[in-house]
Ligand binder design. Structure first.
Ligand SMILES: O=C(O)[C@@H](O)C(=O)COP(=O)(O)O
Ligand SMILES: [Zn+2]
Length: 210
């Protein structure tokens, strides 16, 4: 895809995400890796109203070469790309159910959500919980870089998900699946639930490795 097409695709996904209430106001950010840097949404912009030409282009050192002032999480995206060599895009949202889960006590911090459905295992798999740091804190980027060595999706405590994918479409779809699974998790919290077995999960992981 050309840079122009990628810019338009970021704007298209941003609008779709915003219109469905998956992130509100000016929350969330999206990036796509380029051979010579990355495209990232500008800071304080509404994902529902992105101007493709204003999307920021950063070089490999994080210097702005085009577009508006970048997201304050641009260096977090940069850190995640370092740990995910096959990652081509990253999506960060304040999707309500995922954020709700990120605020719960007593989570398994190595893998927050249980294997409720096959599609969750296929699209997301493992979801480490990152300790709380303020948005834009460099320590947040360092923590994500470490966790992203073993998982392509992470959940920021009291904040929201950050998901990388082999394409922008993949990153968006995985973030949406994470949100649906967070919703199911909360719905099922007080129910006796049959999760997928270890064997079922391992079979899915072998067939659909991320
Ligand atoms: O939660 C935050 O402040 C950021 O993580 C965020 O979602 C939006 O920040 P910008 O991309 O700088 O607008
Ligand atoms: Zn955020």
């Amino acid at each position: 895809m050309s840079e122009r097409e990628l810019r338009e695709r970021i704007a298209m996904h941003g609008k779709s995400i915003y219109d469905r209430g998956l992130t509100g106001g000016s929350s969330g950010n999206i990036s796509v890796r380029l051979p010579d840097g990355m495209l990232v949404t500008p800071t304080n912009c509404c994902l529902g109203n992105l101007d493709a030409d204003a999307i920021t282009k950063l070089d490999q050192n994080g210097n702005r070469v085009a577009g508006d002032k970048p997201s304050k999480e641009a260096f977090l995206h940069h850190s995640m790309y370092k740990s995910r060599p096959t990652g081509q895009a990253i999506v960060h949202l304040h999707s309500t159910y995922s954020v709700a889960v990120s605020c719960l006590e007593g989570l398994d911090t190595s893998d927050v959500l249980p294997p409720i459905t096959a599609y969750y295992v296929m699209r997301v798999g493992t979801l480490p919980l990152i300790p709380y740091f303020a948005p834009g804190d460099e320590k947040l980027a360092e923590a994500v870089e470490q966790a992203a060595k073993v998982a392509h999706a992470v959940l920021l405590s009291n904040h929201g998900p950050v998901v990388s994918g082999k394409s922008l479409d993949d990153a968006v779809y995985a973030t949406e699946e994470l949100e649906e699974t967070a919703k199911l998790f909360l719905m099922l919290r007080n129910e006796r639930t049959r999760f997928l077995s270890d064997d079922q999960v391992n079979q899915l992981r072998e067939r659909f490795a991320n």
